[in-house]
Write a protein that binds this ligand. Structure first.
Ligand code: FE2
Length: 242
């Protein structure tokens, strides 16, 4: 009985709205052909396992972790940028103290990874990984360099637009989000099967950061704003009158 009571009290998270997420199978993005499920998915109800998640204390993320230009002997090559914004849920509420991890290629379009054999230089002063916790209002801020475009083998003469990978946990395991941030005006965007796999145009454009003049630091770095919306609860609890 106790277990049934807990399950009844659990409010799940909304399922993604149609067209806002890329389909599992998108043949122009060749890897999806291999990994897309071939059988219909089984929809499972949310239980305590899905609506809770890992918590990260401030002592596990150091302030310097959000500045990818630090931590090496010298300065990385490339255009300095600041990427910041807010993490909100679908109800517009900030998601505080949640972990954001990013990873990216260097300014030449090369990852510091053994399987990246792209003929472009690595940078001894750039690792390309960072992390931060959002503050009480859901804000975050990274300092990094603008990543370069890089070729891949999806189709002949395929190039990924410049992008930064993002991973967010949010308050629950089913709010976990792995996505990519793109730059405004990139001419490679309409040719990119990952970007174009999102059917809904408005959802697709939410993947593009906006130039943020307020965050731009004169003589130092251009700012970009990238707000991220995680799933909200299925039901909004009504506040009790006091
Ligand atoms: Fe990438």
């Amino acid at each position: 009985m106790a277990e049934a009571f807990i399950c009844d009290a659990i409010r799940g998270y909304r399922r993604p709205r149609p067209e806002t997420q890329p389909p599992y199978l998108f043949p122009f993005y060749a890897s999806t052909v291999k990994r897309a499920p071939t059988k219909p998915l089984v929809l499972l109800p949310h239980t305590l396992t899905e609506v809770t998640g890992p918590l990260f204390g401030t002592d596990e993320v150091r302030p310097g972790d959000s500045d990818l230009t630090l931590g090496h002997k010298g300065q990385p090559i490339g255009e300095r940028i600041i990427v910041g914004g807010r993490v909100l849920d679908e109800n517009g509420r900030p998601v505080p103290h949640t972990l954001i991890e990013i990873w990216q290629a260097n300014a030449a379009g090369r990852y510091l990874h053994k399987v990246d054999t792209h003929d472009a230089p690595t940078d001894p002063n750039f690792t390309g990984c960072g992390r931060a916790l959002t503050d009480a209002e859901g804000r975050y801020r990274f300092v990094t360099v603008r990543p370069g475009a890089y070729p891949w083998l999806n189709h002949p003469n395929a190039w990924r637009p410049a992008h930064i990978h993002f991973s967010l946990f949010g308050p629950a395991l089913c709010t976990r989000l792995v996505t990519q941030m793109y730059f405004p005006g990139d001419p490679l965007l309409p040719l990119d099967p990952m970007f174009t796999s999102v059917p809904d145009e408005a959802a697709r454009n939410r993947l593009i950061a906006a130039l943020d003049w307020q965050a731009t630091v004169p003589q130092v770095a251009i700012g970009y704003r990238f707000d991220i919306v995680l799933r909200g609860r299925e039901q909004t609890l009504l506040e009790k009158p006091s």
